[in-house]
Design a protein around this ligand. Sequence first.
Ligand code: SUD
Ligand code: ADP
Length: 276
Amino acid sequence: MICLPAPAKLNLFLYITGRRDDGYHNLQTLFQFVDFGDELGFETADELTLSPELPGVAPESNLIIKAARLLQAHTGSHKGAHITLTKRLPMGGGLGGGSSDAATTLVGLNRLWQLGLGNDELASLGLQLGADVPVFVHGRAAFAEGVGDIFTDAVPPEPWYLVLNPGVEVSTPAVFTDPELPRNSPVMSLEQRLNSPWQNDCEALVKKRHPEVAKLLSWLLEYAPSRMTGTGACVFGTFDSRKAAENALENAPAGTVGFVAKGCNQSPLLTAIKAL
Ligand SMILES: C[C@@](CO)(OP(=O)(O)O)[C@H](O)COP(=O)(O)OP(=O)(O)OC[C@H]1O[C@@H](n2ccc(N)nc2=O)[C@H](O)[C@@H]1O
Ligand SMILES: Nc1ncnc2c1ncn2[C@@H]1O[C@H](COP(=O)(O)OP(=O)(O)O)[C@@H](O)[C@H]1O
């Protein structure tokens, strides 16, 4: 049995610099991991099974099963596995939970089935499952460009974050097809981006479409510099200490769901795989 983490990611900034002819958007975004996320267990078995199932996601649509099938097809392997999932990350929250689960599955089954694929091969397989999967396979904080598939390693500060879930699911395709989404941020170097104020080009639109996001973000901004991650809906505040982040969480409006976690430039998945 191999147990591996599937951490959340934050987009510390996200700029949309254009739209390609195929409808995909060119981005400039800074990915960092946090030490909080889902957990997956992998055991050798005859069939491929996942438990428990996710509410509202058919097993064959689950990115974990999709990743496992992709790996079988790519390598011609007929091995099976029983995969267990401890789901902690909200779905459609902009924390990349599904993509992270897929990446951990590719990395975990590559080990379990002793396939010997390199990380670059696993990352390009992962891209077929979602734009965010490669960065989770890669396992290092990165400045991503193109449609999110061209990486430069980056070493931003590793503060404490308070991540809050407004409780609404924001559809990534809905954000990217919205006529009001700004798509004209200038292309800058990583150096220029790191030294300019950090923003998320999806934030104003998502706040407008989902007042719950606007409300929670304006509450969090009273405590710390805060933004939305990815295409939402989760928002995060940046704190100097765990204590300060926990204090803010304790004062959050009744019923607020969130967690405190540390920023990690090396993903907990990479740390765990190195220790195996
Ligand atoms: C924009 C980000 C930033 O992290 O948003 P989040 O999903 O994390 O919030 C991600 O790259 C998203 O990655 P992911 O959620 O895997 O997206 P995909 O499944 O590949 O694409 C979902 C849909 O989003 C749109 N899409 C996605 C990525 C991109 N660079 N341009 C796009 O226009 C496309 O319409 C696509 O059909
Ligand atoms: N293992 C999985 N975990 C989460 N979501 C999954 C998974 N497999 C498929 N999905 C689907 O992917 C969608 C996006 O989920 P997720 O990656 O958590 O959101 P986001 O990209 O906004 O962080 C979900 O709404 C769900 O329908």
